[in-house]
Structure formats: C-alpha cells, structure tokens
Design a protein around this ligand. Structure first.
Ligand code: BJW
Length: 246
C-alpha cells in the first residue's frame, strides 16, 4: 500500500535504494485548470476551426494569415496575467526535486506552464508557442509577439518566412529518439490529461507496457486507452496528481 509517492521516493533516496525512472506524458488536460482550453472538448480549441485548415502544413500554405491569427491569439492568452501553472504542474515539479534526472516530462502542450512551475527535464514534442521557426533553415528563435506572414528570419542570406514552432499533423514530432529511449528504460509511465487520440504520443503507453513498466493514467474520465493502464486516477489533475505525489 502506497501512502505517498513523494515519501517513497524521498526514503528511497535516503537509504540509497535506486530511484525509479519515471516518464510522464502530459496533454492539454493538465493545463485546462490554468484556463487554457483543451482541443477535443465540446467548447475546445477545435470547436470553431477545421483541423485541416489550422493544424496541417497544407492549411498553413493555403492561408498563413488564418493560421497565424489562431496562434497569435493563443500566444497573447498564454502571456496574459491570469494564466498560471496549477497544482498538477507543481506536483510534477516537486516530484522532479526528488527524482532528478530520473524524471522526464514529455509534454504535447505548447504552453510553458511546466517550466514556470520549475520542472527541469521537459521535452515539448509538439513544439512551443513562444518560439518561431525559419521555414528555410529550421532555426528556432524566441518569439513573444504576434507573428505575421511578412515576418522574415535573419539567419538566411535571402530572409525566409517564419512559422510557429509547432508540430502539425503529418509532421514529425520533436526529440522522438530521446523519448523512445527514456520509455524503453522507464519503470513507471504516467499519462496526465491526454485523450490518447493523437499518435505517436498515444502509442507510448503500449511501448512502456512492453518494457513491463507500471502504467498510470490521470484524467477526468477513463480514456480509450484505459485498458493499457494498470492504474487510473479520475478527476481534476490539480487534485488527483498532488494527492498521488504528496
Ligand atoms: C483533464 C482535465 C483535468 C480535461 N484534469 N484531465 C491513422 C492512424 C494512426 C495515426 C495516424 C492516422 N492518420 C494520421 C495519423 C498520424 C497523426 C494522428 O495521430 N492522427 C490521429 C488524429 C489519428 N499524427 C501525426 O501526424 C503526428 N506525426 C506523425 O505521426 O509523424 C510520423 C511518425 C510516425 C512514427 C513515429 C513518429 C512520427 C503529428 C501530430 C501533431 C499534433 N499536433 C497538435 C497541434 C500542436 C500545436 C497546437 O497546440 O496547436 O497537437 S493536434 C493537438 O492534439 C495538439 C495536442 O498536443 C494533441 C493531443 O491532444 P491532447 O493533449 O490529448 O488534448 P485533448 O483535447 O484531445 O484531450 C484532453 C484530455 O484531457 C481529455 O481526455 C480530457 O478528459 C482531459 N482533461 N480537463 C485531467 N482538469
């Protein structure tokens, strides 16, 4: 019977027992209680947009202004004063203080709330909203303002358009080698606030199970992948995750 994951890990560290290697995959649900809409809820981000128009390279080439407008609005919202990390982000940061390099947070989210909660080992597999990328050299730069089709890079001899540094459907998610390596070595795989509908992230739990890792889901409700998880904690992540960690 586990009283507290944090205590178990802290004690393991004190008695020099090897710490478990933990990979946490987060999705839009972990940031929902910070005021950032999820994608697939009835009032979600896709509600008034066609995915093909907004989240594909083809949609961007057809109408870059429409795509920029969508991300500009989200970039402004993310930087507004009321968007703050919640207790679920903080719980993962706290776990990181004990597990150190044994904890990897792989987020599908493009917000920066894990970093603002002080998590350190974070991979943004679908990119980052506060960055832009040169469409020619692929160089990534910090970008806090609105992005427009007329904005050009300074890295190329013939300045090229800048695009949001996000991963759209049909594009390869980022740092996949490091992610699969961490999953292959993990003892515990945790998914928080993700519907499990988008690959390759949706397949990570299966990979983790092949390694005989313990698999745990935190979500408002059981997801389509619930059979892959050995354990499920259902309810708002800002409550269930701190209760499990602390
Ligand atoms: C709470 C909560 C609270 C709420 N507490 N919980 C056919 C079969 C299989 C695959 C494919 C296929 N056809 C095409 C594909 C591939 C395609 C894909 O998966 N399509 C599916 C739709 C079928 N994938 C790709 O194209 C990817 N690339 C790729 O596959 O490359 C080839 C490759 C192959 C092999 C290895 C490696 C690569 C790229 C996918 C890019 C996704 N991009 C987006 C946009 C990013 C930028 C942006 O933010 O705008 O990423 S789409 C969108 O979905 C975004 C998200 O990161 C992603 C996942 O969504 P998420 O986070 O799960 O959110 P929701 O809204 O779906 O769910 C929220 C959950 O939270 C819900 O469950 C709630 O219950 C819960 N929740 N409040 C706890 N308080």
């Amino acid at each position: 019977f586990r009283q507290s994951y944090f205590e178990d890990a802290r004690i393991a560290k004190l008695v020099t027992k090897p710490l478990p290697r933990v990979v946490v995959l987060t999705g839009a649900g972990i940031s929902a209680e910070s005021g950032i809409a999820t994608f697939r809820a009835a009032d979600g981000l896709w509600e008034n947009h066609s995915i093909e128009d907004i989240a594909t390279p083809e949609g961007y080439h057809r109408d870059p202004q429409r795509v920029h407008d969508f991300y500009n609005e989200r970039r402004r919202q993310l930087q507004s004063a009321h968007i703050l990390p919640n207790n679920a982000h903080r719980a993962l940061a706290k776990l990181g203080t004990v597990l150190g390099d044994n904890l990897l947070v792989v987020t599908q989210n493009i917000d920066n709330l894990h970093e603002r909660a002080s998590s350190v080992n974070v991979i943004h597999m679908h990119g980052e909203l506060l960055k832009a990328r040169c469409t020619q050299s692929q160089q990534v730069i910090t970008w806090l303002d609105d992005l427009q089709p007329t904005d050009r890079c300074t890295c190329c001899q013939f300045p090229a358009p800048l695009r949001p540094h996000v991963v759209w459907f049909g594009e390869m998610p980022l740092q996949m080698e490091g992610i699969y390596q961490a999953i292959a070595e993990c003892d515990i795989f945790i998914a928080v606030g993700t519907s499990g509908q988008v690959y390759p992230a949706a397949g990570f739990v299966h990979e983790a199970k092949l390694q005989c890792a313990e698999t745990i889901e935190f979500n408002l409700e059981p997801t389509a992948s619930k059979e892959e998880f050995i354990e499920g904690h259902y309810g708002p992540a800002s409550q269930t995750l701190p209760a499990w960690v602390e």
